[in-house]
Design a protein around this ligand. Sequence first.
Ligand SMILES: C[S@@+](CC[C@H](N)C(=O)[O-])C[C@H]1O[C@@H](n2cnc3c(N)ncnc32)[C@H](O)[C@@H]1O
Length: 258
Amino acid sequence: MTTKRKLEWFDDDSFWRDLYLFMFSDQRFAEAEAQVDKALALVRPPGKSLLDLGCGPGRWAIPLARRGFQVTGVDRTKYLLAKGRANARKAGVDIEWLRKDMRDFVRPGAFDLAISMFTSFGYFDDDEEDLVVLRNVLDSLKPGGRFLIDVAGKEWVARIFQPTTSTVLEDGTRLIERHEIIDGWTRVRNEWILIRKGKVKTFNFHHTIYSGRELKDRMLAAGFHDVRLYGSLDGDEYGASAQRLVAVGQKPKSARRR
Ligand SMILES: C[S@@+](CC[C@H](N)C(=O)[O-])C[C@H]1O[C@@H](n2cnc3c(N)ncnc32)[C@H](O)[C@@H]1O
């Protein structure tokens, strides 16, 4: 059943469409292709059925399908799913694309591996909804299945924090990013200003920033076990020079009460 909810920033399709070139450039696709084998070595999935949660245009889904995984890509954004379908067609791979909110998607006991890549976790105003997502994933995994979450960690944000940055995109568009830490280091509020051919468009969005410990505790609270943290998909330690917060948890092999 799909729940009716208030609209949040990620429900604005123009956000994903207008920022597509920035978020999903050819270089970003190439990065996923280059890192996919490292990610697999880190999680060592017990089988080949895979859920890509917040799959976007298939940066991870497609290279994984090419490696023989049966991939289900779940995303709420029609525009990005259409891009994913077109990219998969071009790559000659078969992927199941589903337009669903991650708070609603559950397919009990279906997957060996679930992934949430490139900071696709922690978007909801109500923190409890992150827990709902984790429980949905746990239910959707087979016993012994793995969940890999890749986000920008709070420790990294604290290290590199700059209130304002500016980038020029491939097509000459300028992107000015303004960041603010809010709610006692719980969330980051962003204002992104796109200046394209003299036209200005502003996007406001915010999300939770997890420290390593907070993400691990939340995964444990949802029922994952053996949760490990890494500072990159290469498996570096989650230490002072971590570039990403990568958490890998397992669904217990035997049923436990939560
Ligand atoms: C930063 S993008 C990352 C996409 C992809 N994981 C990647 O690595 O390229 C975040 C994705 O999460 C999706 N998303 C945002 N909120 C969602 C929700 N409530 N349910 C499902 N997908 C959502 C967006 O549409 C977008 O594709």
